[in-house]
Design a protein around this ligand. Sequence first.
Ligand code: CTP
Length: 405
Amino acid sequence: MNELENKNVLICVTGGIATFKIVEVASRLKKLGANVRVVMTKAATEFVSPRTFQEITRNTVAVEMFKDAADFNVAHITLANFADVVLIAPATANFLAKAAHGIADDLLTTTILATVAPLIVAPSMNTNMFENPATQENLKILANRGVKIIEPATGELACGISGKGRLPEPEDICEEIVKFFAAKKDLRGKKILVTAGGTVEPIDPVRYIGNRSSGRMGYEVARAARNHGAEVILISGRSDLEPPANVKFVRVETAEQMRLSILDEYSAVDAVVMTAAVSDYRVKHFSTQKIKKSAQSIILELVKNPDILKELGNLKKSQILVGFAAETENVINYARGKLVEKNLDFIVANDVSAEGAGFSVDTNIISIIYRDGKMENFPKMTKAELAEKIIHRLTNFLDARFSGQ
Ligand code: CTP
């Protein structure tokens, strides 16, 4: 029952019709054993009295920057340091905008800026406000910084319409807090190199050979590894995605640049997850001037690029190597061949021609193949979910390596 014993939860309450639900959240967290403190915006006090939270948490509730706390000039620092985790619920559109842009104009937002504790945000508002591109952009900014967003539920809203924007039920919010503390930082102390995106090979100053990789799978793997506590290096070819926060990010263009960047880091990392779509060929003669369209046909001679992963397999000491196999036919057989040829620990195979898999979609359908011949098949999942699976399997390998199995 006391799953949250000795855990310090700071609840930041902003003003919305769902504010009343947070009373139950605070009460449940207390019952689970947490030390709970509450900060409210002035608007929130229009919906619930600070006294209610005070009675439930048995702690003073902070509202105003220069009034409530005895030690007023450092109240935000005291609260910021208290928190093992900060829950912002309900989070209004206004709060999301401020948090995304570092605005600190009251005690609550100042505390958010001053804390290094992880943030869990539960937005709640009218559907149109939630779906407004401004709000969506702000949520994206926060998520990229590693803030956990609890998706609002769909249902009847206070404004009379039905749609997305409802605050999830108190038990679901508390579940997220419990999950947060239960999540293992099982990759703490490990250094993981992830590659992503497609490399491009220039033909002349304006043209290149490229591929359709979006980089999404690799960016999700990097994000998952970071969330599990690893130090992450993300080496990325072309991708339009925003790199996850708190990872070392290296941008490259060509296969050779990617190879050199990887080799720079390789001896010091515990594992490499190679999701990048590396160009297998480059043009033999790069034209320093733009090629003119005078000829009826032209032939571009291509020469082979180095197989980076194969080289890593040859140089391998104790690193765990994970490859990807993007196939359109004979998926499993080709992937098995690559697993052996490149001296990998496991390979993630996917049929890029299947619906809901491959490039530019949020989902993927993969199989993981191991050296002992075992194979796991996964149903269609989001790339974020699959990244979790891959990181979980990788963690097992790293644990086995460290325990000398
Ligand atoms: N890879 C690499 N260097 C290359 C080509 C591929 O490191 N020059 C890596 C990819 O990042 C991936 C794995 O090798 O993890 C398999 O890549 P894939 O494109 O599926 O296969 P290839 O080895 O290129 O073989 P083929 O194109 O013939 O399928």
